[in-house]
Write a protein that binds this ligand. Structure first.
Ligand code: ADP
Length: 208
């Protein structure tokens, strides 16, 4: 492969992104593809420090502008240090969240101006847009219940503590963007194996 292929996974907390990314990577590696798994925020060493700040419940008065700029800083480093070099080396890069998370959480969720959020991200990522984005869609109560079961702190991190309205706006924003060509909408309320099968079929059609 001369150039790599960039896949991102999006969806609310607990929609199954991590689970499906690991399964997809196993499948691709079995088919002898070179795969890099990463995530946002925190895909780089610098990004891990930013992630700690972003998820820390102590910062419950964080300004929305501060928040989006922290995500943008994390993403800039992630693109430069990890994603771009891996794609250049012909790898398949899979990122757990990317630019669409900002559009869903910061624009739809927080109410920041969509165009401004888009422009900040466009500036940060340049030409490194995903080739394919899976949106794992699930009822917010079901998703958050799954996420909270995993959470060490049952009260949840700064984002998990947001009220239901916020997560509902995020879910709806994802559903709206899913109509564009880059996206594949996946019903994530089904079993892990059923979802995995769908994702593998879509990837096989695109890559093999
Ligand atoms: P995300 O990365 O989107 O937050 P995870 O993949 O971490 O979601 O999944 C959250 C929890 O839900 C995990 O305990 C995982 O095992 C479980 N889970 C994932 N997918 C499913 C599914 N389709 N059905 C039931 N439980 C699931």
């Amino acid at each position: 492969m001369a150039e790599g292929f960039f896949i991102t996974f999006e969806g609310i907390e607990g929609s199954g992104k991590t689970t499906q990314i690991n399964r997809l990577a196993d499948y691709l590696r079995k088919n002898e593809h070179d795969v890099l798994i990463s995530r946002e925020p925190g895909g780089t060493e610098l990004g891990q420090k930013i992630r700690k700040i972003l998820l820390d419940p102590h910062f419950d008065t964080m300004d929305y502008k501060t928040e989006i700029l922290l995500y943008a800083a994390d993403r800039a480093q992630h693109v430069k240090e990890k994603i771009k070099p891996a794609l250049k080396a012909g790898k398949i890069v899979i990122s757990d969240r990317f630019v669409d998370s900002n559009l869903a959480y910061q624009a739809a969720g927080r109410g920041l101006d969509y165009e401004q959020v888009y422009q900040i991200n466009n500036w940060v990522i340049g030409s490194t847009w995903p080739d394919l984005t899976f949106i794992l869609d699930i009822d917010i109560k079901k998703g958050l219940e799954r996420a909270r079961k995993l959470s060490f702190d049952q009260a949840g991190d700064r984002l998990e503590r947001e009220v239901d309205d916020f997560h509902q706006r995020v879910r709806e924003a994802y559903l709206e963007m899913a109509v564009a060509e880059r996206f594949c909408l996946i019903n994530a309320a089904r079993s892990i194996v059923e979802i995995e099968k769908d994702i593998k079929n879509i990837i096989a059609r695109r890559l093999f």
